[in-house]
Design a protein around this ligand. Structure first.
Ligand code: ADE
Length: 246
């Protein structure tokens, strides 16, 4: 998978994408990540990427020419691939695990980091295939948001995480929050790990984990239960917890 991030601050992308799991995945050729400097696609002496808004008002607006030129150059190098072109903006579709899964199936993704003051509307209307927000708050630019997308999508690509099965047990992938985890020591300052997890009985462990995932989701994110795939036994357990706590 190829992910290209268009930004005026490429060093911000490199700083994150060169480290840890992402850095290793790049070295192993599992993901191809490029930070593309928007200024390389300007044509004036000052390498200008923004300008004052027509009609007046505060702030600066991202100019269309360099962004169109950058995207067109990346698309033409993509040898016929039809990339998803994401514009990072707080006005976009809210990013979630389902969206990450959808993007992880793409072969080429281009991300445009917008600036928070504004982006020329023609970029939204005629260039981006998706406008994406990582949450209801405003960042100074799209760089951190693009890194969130990069991280969440990369870890779904086979081989990126050491343990192939782990993304499926994540919070959200199963539609439920994750069950609690414990590791050694079994007794930490008198705080004991649940006995069942030390029992070696895999069926009992699996049952305990399902119950805990259901309980945790009911307590913290009951909204997720509306769309989570639940068995009859899950529903029976949920009714039981509800009567216990009411
Ligand atoms: N740019 C500024 N704020 C943002 C947000 N919440 N999501 C995506 N891009 C942004």
């Amino acid at each position: 998978m190829r992910i290209e991030i268009i930004t005026t601050i490429p060093q911000m992308i490199e700083a994150v994408a060169s480290e840890s799991i992402l850095g290793r995945a790049r070295k192993r050729g599992l993901i191809e990540v490029s930070a593309v400097n928007l200024r390389d696609f300007t044509s004036d002496r000052h390498r200008t990427t923004d300008d004052a808004p027509f009609g007046g008002g505060p702030g600066m607006v991202m100019k269309p020419e360099p962004v169109f030129a950058a995207v067109e150059s990346l698309v033409s190098r993509g040898a016929g691939s039809k990339p998803r072109i994401l514009l990072m903006t707080p006005q976009g579709r809210r990013f979630d695990q389902k969206f990450a899964e959808e993007l992880s199936g793409e072969s080429h993704v281009i991300i445009i980091c917008g600036r928070y003051e504004g982006v020329d509307e023609r970029i939204r209307e005629h260039l981006a295939t998706d406008e994406v927000s990582i949450g209801d708050y405003v960042l100074t630019g799209g760089e951190l948001a693009s890194l969130v997308i990069l991280d969440a999508v990369s870890r779904l690509i086979p081989g990126v995480l050491g343990d192939e099965t782990s993304p499926e047990t994540d919070s959200f992938s199963s539609g439920l929050l994750e069950y609690p985890q414990y590791t050694r020591p079994a007794d930490f300052r008198g705080l004991k790990a649940p006995e069942v997890l030390l029992s070696g009985n895999h069926a009992e462990v699996a049952k305990w984990r399902r119950v805990e995932a259901l309980k945790r989701t009911l307590q913290r994110r009951p909204d997720l239960l509306e769309s989570a795939p639940l068995s009859d036994e899950d529903r029976r357990l949920l009714r039981e917890f509800e009567t216990e706590t009411s």
